[in-house]
Design a protein around this ligand. Sequence first.
Ligand code: CO8
Length: 260
Amino acid sequence: MNFETLLYQQEGHVGTLTINRPQALNALNETVLNELKSFADQIQSNKDIRVLIITGSGEKAFVAGADIKSMQGMTPKQATEFSLMAQTAFNSIEAFPFPVIAAVNGFALGGGCELALACDIILASEKAKFGLPEVTLGLLPCFGGTQRLPRAIGLYKAREMIFSGEFYSAEACKELGFVNRVIAPEELLNEAHKLAQIIASRGPVAVAKAKQSLNTGTELHITDGLRQEAVLFGELFDTKDHNEGISAFVEKRNPDFKGE
Ligand code: CO8
């Protein structure tokens, strides 16, 4: 995969995607968003990948938001289209049939915070700062922030973060509940890889269906969510992986899952 603003590396079953515009603190302009969408379309058919890590290039930022400079002079129609374009890219990331870990190495502001919120797990460097500062620009979060943040931490905490536009430390975000772990900067990628390797060693179809159950089930009434969970569970009994997992347990060996 060849991109102008993204770097992609794959080791075994774990892919790492780096947003690479360090001169603009990895801000999301139209090129990055187009490339993210194109990356998402390509990675869907990569049968080898079991976990994706997303991080930012350089020491300072994960993603410092949408590219503010490129917003100058936009018409209302263009602004809505820009918002929808980002939402489409982030929706694809959220719907990947494998977990996505955000390794937040620095500023995750505006669209950067919203990108992290589209990921399944957020690991943050001690130096990371999160925020939805759109209101400081006379704007509102429009890459999913007003929808994913309250679902992640509750309406009252989300309102404070969105209405104030303040930056929050990684530790504060862990307390709010959307950062899983705060890690020393030099250890962040190692820890993300360790977690990715653990997840990648589990039954890939089981992990994918667990993700589906978590992501879509929690939007349903609990009765429907439970029904969906049971159906997804049943579908796993059509896979070779479930035979392998159960046989490995009985034979007291490690399973060798093929994702089938
Ligand atoms: N967009 C464009 N360029 C940026 C951005 C950005 N979001 N953030 C930083 N940069 C650029 C700076 O302009 C600067 O470039 P240059 O050297 O050419 O002047 C370079 O990156 C380095 O930045 P700073 O010199 O500012 O670095 P500091 O360490 O002094 O400050 C900060 C770092 C605090 C992160 C600061 O850069 C900042 O506040 N950035 C903006 C953060 C922000 O407000 N993000 C939210 C943007 S809005 C959004 O994401 C969602 C709304 C989308 C609406 C779109 C609808 C059309």
